[in-house]
Write a protein of this length. Structure first.
Ligand SMILES: Nc1ncnc2c1ncn2[C@@H]1O[C@H](COP(=O)(O)OP(=O)(O)OP(=O)(O)O)[C@@H](O)[C@H]1O
Ligand code: SF4
Ligand SMILES: [Mg+2]
Length: 332
């Protein structure tokens, strides 16, 4: 693995202004509010968080689809906001995107051959026979074989799992260096989820992709990523290697998430009493201080509700935004 970061997200803020019917603003949803992290080529990282925590907004900002209010996305040392239109097209060619809903991701009136061929045509890759060869290889990689059977099919002729395989083939056919997979299996039958995740993992390893896997499910993330970023109410509250995070979770929210993972062994099963009651806060009016304070079992009055915790690093590479670690102590 190289040492230079491929992707840097620096103090990123993405806000949405809400319009009131009639006049003026009804407020600002701060969907991503000061997020920073660095990832290297070939790394697989998961962004884990509850619904509405800002995961897709973060993904879209990385893909250049959401404009940040503040902060930067930096790819290979180049800030996205400094790219000229031609460079932006280059950046897009370095990206793959697998979205949550395969059913809406594929154009209904295009055959699989055309769907996979389109990025190659747009980017003027190879001659016609070379493109055909590449399309066939891409289908083989995602195990849609015999290839001849799938090339002429239209999306509605495929199952959800097959459609997601086509989406994965399309998102990797340009050999991108960064693949963002936003809840890639949440709309699929449980029976095909593992296969699709294994396929993503294979693609990531085979092409040395930087993979950002977005999910609300920590239990699937831990099987194929090296790093986990935990998102709560528009902020990353903890980031660490999988081992550090699972063996020694530091943030009370991460501890609650881990406690909520169903245990196959009923003897060790965590119960929902371990999860703090309550809902994630509104991003229109987030709580003062630490956003988790209304639900936190370790809440310290006068500190947690007043000052927002910065990132502390009580162990090398293990960052946590929580006042418990202000003096660097690590509780186990
Ligand atoms: N275009 C938009 N305009 C206004 N608010 C938005 C917009 N997109 C997202 N939001 C709000 O931003 C917040 C974060 O949304 P986002 O879709 O990023 O969350 P998420 O973590 O991906 O959730 P889920 O797990 O349900 O997909 C939510 O409160 C959402 O309503
Ligand atoms: S800063 Fe305070 S409220 Fe927030 S997670 Fe840490 S202990 Fe809990
Ligand atoms: Mg989402």
């Amino acid at each position: 693995m190289q040492d230079e970061p491929l992707l840097e997200v620096r103090d990123l803020h993405v806000w949405f202004g809400l319009r009131r019917w009639g006049f003026g603003h009804a407020g600002v949803v701060r969907a991503v509010d000061g997020v920073s992290f660095t990832l290297r080529p070939g790394e697989a990282a998961a962004v884990v968080g509850e619904s509405g925590s800002g995961k897709s907004t973060l993904a879209k900002a990385i893909l250049g689809l959401n404009r940040p209010a503040k902060g930067q996305v930096i790819f290979e040392g180049k800030p996205l906001d400094s790219l000229k239109p031609r460079e932006m097209r280059w950046y897009r060619s370095q990206l793959g995107y697998v979205q949550q809903d395969p059913y809406g991701a594929l154009p209904p009136f295009m055959s699989v051959r055309r769907i996979l061929g389109e990025p190659l045509v747009i980017n003027k890759v190879g001659s016609k026979p070379e493109r055909e060869q590449r399309i066939r290889e891409a289908l083989e990689e995602v195990k849609l074989t015999p290839v001849e059977d799938f090339l002429p099919k239209f999306p509605h002729m495929l199952s959800g799992g097959q459609q997601q395989r086509v989406v994965i083939a399309r998102s990797t056919i340009m050999q991108p260096r960064l693949l963002v997979a936003d809840e890639p299996v949440s709309m699929l039958d449980a029976s095909v989820r593992v296969e699709i995740l294994e396929l993503l993992q294979k693609q990531q390893e085979a092409h040395n992709l930087l993979l950002i896997y977005i999910t609300h499910d920590l239990s699937t993330a831990r099987h194929f990523v090296q790093r986990i970023l935990v998102m709560y109410a528009a902020k990353i509250v903890e980031q660490a290697s999988v081992e550090q995070l699972l063996d020694n979770p530091l943030h009370p929210y991460t501890r609650a998430l881990i406690a909520a993972i169903p245990e196959p062994d009923p003897e060790n099963a965590a119960t929902f009493k371990d999860v703090p009651p309550g809902e994630p806060p509104s991003l229109l009016h987030p709580p003062t201080g630490c956003r988790f304070h209304p639900r936190c079992p370790a809440f310290m009055k006068g500190i947690c509700d007043v000052k927002e915790p910065p990132d502390f690093e009580p162990q090398v590479g293990h960052l946590v935004a929580c006042w418990l670690y202000e003096r660097g102590q690590v509780e186990s």
